[in-house]
Design a protein around this ligand. Structure first.
Ligand code: PEP
Length: 255
């Protein structure tokens, strides 16, 4: 399986800044067949960057989209509109869940809309600090995973990528709040066990599982060698050219 290195730029970079930054990334990285480099800029950047990226080593992801294709939904953009512009879409990021109140039902519809429009969803799941403290991690992971997949057919599940992002480890500046490889291994095993139980062993092996939460060049190697981890979803460090390209180099070395 490929290693996926996905940069989530969140609400950062104007179209001009994003274009220059992407140009620099393309210049700095080699074309690795077994490493899929993906960036997720703001929605406004997707059309111009998709033209800039034709036949490039870097792929585009949307950070979010609405699940209905067209209609009276003021302010939304849809997966149907993104069809042909992006290869991936982040769905169910914790910032969408907790700031914009997206629940598993809505996230399931977005996963289905993404697949219907030929875009591979990156389904983000992860427990909060208090859920972990109360011993609820396994239940949260199962609910978010199976809830998110509930609107697609069994034959479509292997098109989904799952990103385990413990909410307490996102954008952390404290060592105590950074996930250890053992903590990640335990949850990644839960994810694959749930997939195996519901969809069978083949699907459980085929679904790429990424880790996200304060990934840096210094910890990327340890995270990428956690059993069952196939890539990284990177927020803060993906905004700094040297850090993002160093993480790609680490992925190449680990491979
Ligand atoms: C994220 O928000 O998806 C993320 C992983 O952010 P960071 O790398 O900054 O923790």
């Amino acid at each position: 399986m490929k290693t996926y290195i996905v940069g989530n730029w969140k609400l950062n970079f104007t179209v001009g800044e994003a274009s220059v930054y992407l140009h620099k990334i393309q210049k700095k990285i080699a074309n690795y067949r077994d490493i899929e480099v993906v960036v997720a800029p703001t929605a406004l950047c997707l059309q111009p960057l998709s033209l800039q990226l034709e036949r490039s080593k870097v792929r585009l992801a949307a950070q979010n989209a609405f699940y209905r294709d067209f209609g009276a939904f003021t302010g939304e953009i849809s997966f149907a509109e993104l069809n042909g512009l992006v290869d991936y879409a982040i769905v169910g990021h914790s910032e969408r869940r907790y700031i914009f109140h997206e629940d598993d039902k809505m996230i399931a519809k977005k996963v289905a809309a993404s697949i219907r429009n030929k875009i591979r969803p990156i389904l983000c799941i992860g427990e909060t600090e208090s859920e972990r403290a109360f011993g609820e991690t396994a239940d949260v992971i199962r609910d978010q995973l199976l809830g998110g997949l509930s609107e697609i057919g069994e034959d479509e599940v292997s098109k989904v990528l799952v990103a385990y992002e413990p909410v307490w480890a996102i954008s952390s500046t404290k060592d105590a709040k950074i996930a250890t490889p053992d903590e990640i291994a335990e949850v990644v095993k839960m994810i694959r066990d749930n997939l195996k139980e519901i969809y069978g062993a083949k699907v459980a092996e085929e679904v790429p599982v990424l880790f996200g939460g304060s990934v840096k060049p210094t910890n990327a190697g340890a995270y990428l060698t956690v059993p069952g981890v196939n890539g990284l979803l990177i927020g803060g460090a993906s905004l700094i050219l040297s850090q993002f390209t160093d993480i790609i180099e680490v992925a190449k070395r680990v491979k």
